[in-house]
Design a binder for this molecule. Structure first.
Ligand code: PGA
Ligand code: ZN
Length: 414
């Protein structure tokens, strides 16, 4: 049973306050930290911020109080392992559609910390507690090596340029391939654009002043080639297109494109580069854009919905019905409980959608998404560059999980 819950305000990787929660049982303490996005979807569950003088309004003391004074007294005594009961109880307590009363950051902190506490009490690794007998697949690490959009001052419209080491046999080999390519890319960018080109953005990827998507893709291709992984590492991009969608047009590479022109734009780069992932290629309400690109390239490209779905089963069901995208980006804090995120994954898998478990641009060193990815048998994990500890903590946790699984570990074939 849960004996005590305590929340506090800590800092995330951007120096913004976030919520950390401890769930105490008679056997141990489960601790979890909540991440925070920058290019957030409009329909995400509400992240409660104080909006007062502290931290430029970004304090989370209201959310902390909601955990300590509202949630804690009511859930002490509940079984930490009764994850779904706990999550549903908090949903009722909040009683709003988007968790605006208690805050998704308050609710998720408790939800994740309870899972940790229960796993610890049962002396199980978290991935095994959450995924049981099915938890043995290591996801493809989709690594963000060039940062643009809202995550950097690089000038690139596309937010993330991603490496997918699909030709590896094991997770640790995949990780090494990516890391070697990332370091090779640094040399290439430095030679071409000068020393400052290897300054990094919010997710640890380089942020060179590059004007166009193709220039960035060219640099990545050169890095893959020089690192010796031609054909073994494929490419992906997260456009986060809501961020460059203004007045009905997509502003990219110095041009202003319509939806149809955007479809052609993507079809062009998919033809010319080994791109196997397009995430958020259209704005969050441009369902028809998603349908069009999925029709155009969906047979060979993993089209991932992030801001459009926000890990929400209602929006995901709508997308499935329309044929918008063919994969789901799963972010725990978009929806606010572990149970609801698992529901979104279940719905995705039942409809032959792939699932990519994702960090946020504002992170902590909490590595729960590594365990969640293995628990769900998610095909992909996206957690930034292999730089800065809030990013590497997830990649490193997957190394531990792979080692813990031993011979049972299987690296996902996309
Ligand atoms: P965010 O970006 O965490 O800033 O929302 C991540 C993403 O768009 O995938
Ligand atoms: Zn995204």
């Amino acid at each position: 049973p849960i004996e005590k819950i305590h929340a506090r305000e800590i800092l995330d990787s951007r120096g913004n306050p976030t919520v950390e929660v401890e769930v105490h049982t008679p056997y141990n303490v489960g601790v979890a930290c909540v991440p925070s996005g920058a290019s957030t979807g409009t329909h995400e569950a509400l992240e409660l911020r104080d909006k007062d003088k502290r931290f430029g309004g970004k304090g989370v003391l209201k959310a902390v109080k909601n955990v300590n004074n509202v949630i804690a007294p009511k859930v002490v005594g509940m079984d930490a392992a009764a994850q779904r009961n706990l999550d549903m109880f908090m949903l009722e307590l909040d009683s709003t559609e988007n968790k605006s009363k208690l805050g998704a950051n308050a609710i998720l902190g408790v939800s994740m910390a309870a899972a940790r506490a229960a796993a610890g009490a049962l002396e199980l690794p978290l991935y095994q507690y959450l995924g049981g007998v099915n938890a043995y697949k290591l996801p493809v690490p989709m690594m963000n090596v060039i940062n643009g959009g809202k995550h950097a001052g690089s000038g690139l419209a596309i937010q993330e340029f991603l490496l997918l080491p699909v030709g590896a046999d094991t997770y640790h080999e995949a990780l090494r391939m990516n890391v070697e390519t990332y370091h090779t890319l640094a040399k290439i960018l430095k030679d071409k654009y000068g020393k400052s080109a290897t300054n990094v953005g919010d997710e640890g990827g380089y942020a060179p002043s590059i004007g166009t998507t193709r220039e960035a893709l060219d640099a990545m291709m050169e890095a893959i080639d020089k690192a010796g992984y031609k054909g073994k590492i494929k490419l992906g991009i997260d456009s986060a297109a809501s961020e460059f969608f203004k007045g009905g047009k997509y502003n990219i590479d110095g041009k202003s494109l319509s939806r149809d022109q955007m479809v052609k734009y993507y079809a062009g780069i998919v033809k010319d580069y080994p791109i196997i992932v397009l995430e958020d290629p259209f704005a969050e309400e441009d369902w028809d854009g998603f349908v069009a690109i999925t029709k155009e390239v969906g047979k060979k490209v993993t089209v991932i919905g992030d801001d459009i779905y926000v890990t929400n089963v209602k929006r995901l069901q709508k997308g499935i019905d329309m044929g918008a995208a063919n994969s789901l980006l799963l972010k725990l804090n978009q929806i606010g409980t572990v149970s609801e995120a698992f529901d979104a994954a279940t719905l995705a898998f039942r409809n032959k959608y792939k699932v990519a478990v994702s960090h946020r641009s504002g992170e902590t060193c909490d590595s729960i998404i590594a365990d969640v990815a293995v628990a769900l048998s998610a095909e992909i994990i996206k957690t930034g560059a292999p730089a800065r500890s809030e990013r590497t903590s997830k990649y490193n946790q997957l190394l531990r999980i792979e080692e813990n699984l031993g011979k049972a570990a299987v690296y996902t074939k996309l």
